[in-house]
Ligand binder design. Structure first.
Ligand SMILES: [Zn+2]
Ligand SMILES: [Zn+2]
Length: 237
C-alpha cells in the first residue's frame, strides 16, 4: 500500500490500483552485488588473461554461492571487472493472466524501531478489475529489450484480463496473531438463470456472505467494499 508520509498508516484514499502500480514500478536496488555476474566476469577474465585450466575449471564448477572463496583463492581481488557493487533496477511484470488471482495486501511492516506493525486503513478495491491495464504495454515501461511476444498473449487470446472479485479476507488484531474473517460471493440461481449454463455476465446475481468461524450471514456489497482487506481473490472472467 501507499503510506502516509512514509509512516505506518495507509494513505487516505489508497486504492488497489495504486498498490498494483507501486508493486509493478521499477525499483532501484542499491549496493547490489551479484555473485552470478561476478563469476561470469571472472570466467571471461581468466580465459582472456591466459589462466591455467585448473583455475578456469574451478570457477566453472563453482556454484557461485555467496560464501565461496573464488575471489581470494584465484587472486581475483583486483580483477578490473564487476568487482564493485552495482546499481540495478528491479521490476516485476505481469506476464500472464492467471485463472485465479490472489492479491495479498502487505499489511505487515516494520516501524522505525524494527518492531513489526500492522498497516491499518482502508484500501479501495473494485468488484471488477481489469488486469490488462497493468501489463507492460499499458504502463509504458522500458520494453525495448523485452521480447514482448514472450510475455504478451496474442490479441486473439480468450484471456481478457478482466477479473471478478470472489473473496475478501480480512484480518483483525496485530501482526502474528488475531482473527481472520471472509467475505465470499455466492452465485444465486434466480429463476431467469435456470437452464443457462456458463453465464459469464459479471452483473449476474451474486450474494455476499460474511463468514467468521461458525457465524455466517448475508451482507451487502457496500459491506464487502468497506472491508480492510488483507487478501483479495479475483476470478478471471
Ligand atoms: Zn547478475
Ligand atoms: Zn565461486
Amino acid at each position: 500500500p501507499l503510506l502516509h508520509h512514509g509512516g505506518s498508516n495507509i494513505m487516505l484514499g489508497c486504492t488497489l490500483e495504486n498498490c498494483l502500480n507501486k508493486f509493478l514500478d521499477a525499483e532501484k536496488v542499491e549496493n547490489y552485488f551479484c555473485h552470478r555476474c561476478w563469476h561470469g566476469a571472472a570466467l571471461k577474465y581468466l580465459s582472456v588473461t591466459g589462466a591455467t585450466e585448473t583455475d578456469i575449471e574451478k570457477i566453472k564448477s563453482c556454484g557461485g554461492d555467496d560464501h565461496c572463496d573464488c575471489k581470494t583463492s584465484l587472486h581475483l581481488e583486483r580483477m578490473p571487472w564487476s568487482n564493485s557493487y552495482s546499481h540495478i533496477l528491479k521490476q516485476l511484470i505481469i506476464a500472464r493472466f492467471p485463472k485465479l488471482l490472489c492479491i495479498q495486501v502487505q499489511r505487515a511492516s516494520l516501524d522505525m524501531f524494527g518492531e513489526s506493525v500492522k498497516l491499518t486503513g482502508h484500501i479501495a478495491f473494485p468488484f471488477v478489475l481489469d488486469l490488462s491495464l497493468f501489463t507492460p504495454s499499458s504502463i509504458g515501461l522500458n520494453i525495448e529489450k523485452i521480447q514482448m511476444s514472450q510475455y504478451q498473449k496474442p490479441e486473439t487470446s480468450r484471456n481478457s484480463g478482466m477479473y471478478r472479485l470472489v473473496t475478501v479476507v480480512e484480518h483483525f488484531g496485530r501482526t502474528g496473531s488475531g482473527h481472520y474473517t471472509v467475505y465470499r460471493s455466492v452465485r444465486v440461481a434466480s429463476e431467469s438463470d435456470e437452464g443457462e449454463e456458463d453465464c459469464d455476465d459479471p452483473c449476474e446475481d451474486l450474494s455476499w456472505f460474511s463468514i467468521s468461524d461458525s457465524e455466517v450471514y448475508r451482507v451487502s456489497e457496500s459491506d464487502v467494499l468497506g472491508a480492510e482487506a488483507s487478501l483479495l481473490f479475483y476470478e478471471r472472467l
